[in-house]
Design a protein around this ligand. Structure first.
Ligand code: NI
Length: 129
């Protein structure tokens, strides 16, 4: 499966994006606020590589515990799939558990995404292309 992006936790997107710019990244879509998860999200690109910066905006954000645990760091790969339901079913048969049911991601052009976890893999995201 092709990687769509790497999800990267940031305590402060304004500070972290500067460090990515120094390494050759550019803004693909500017920071937007996801009020459901209470996070700011920004997409950066560097050639074929895309990074999603995620900043929990308060301690009530469901993403905040991840930031506490991982600090500034990558924490998921997102893979492109043609059919989200079919891919989820296939991976469920390979030991993955759905940790966030399929939903529309307003920050990825309204595409359907789903998060899964496997004990030997950790968190992955699927996006329907
Ligand atoms: Ni993601």
């Amino acid at each position: 499966m092709k990687i769509h992006h790497v999800g990267y936790l940031a305590k402060n997107i304004a500070k972290t994006e500067k460090k990515f710019f120094e390494l050759g990244y550019e803004v693909e879509s500017p920071t937007s606020y996801d009020e459901i998860r209470q996070i700011n999200i920004e997409f950066l690109v560097n050639g074929d590589y895309r990074v999603e910066l995620i900043q929990p905006m308060n301690e009530q954000s469901p993403m905040y515990p991840l930031l506490k645990r991982f600090k500034n760091s990558p924490y998921h790969f997102c893979y492109e799939v043609e059919n989200l339901e079919a891919a989820v079913e296939e991976l469920s048969g390979k030991g993955y558990t759905v940790i966030q049911e399929p939903e529309i991601a307003p920050c990825i052009e309204g595409r359907k995404v789903c998060f899964l976890n496997n004990i030997s893999m950790g968190i992955i995201e699927l996006v329907e292309i």
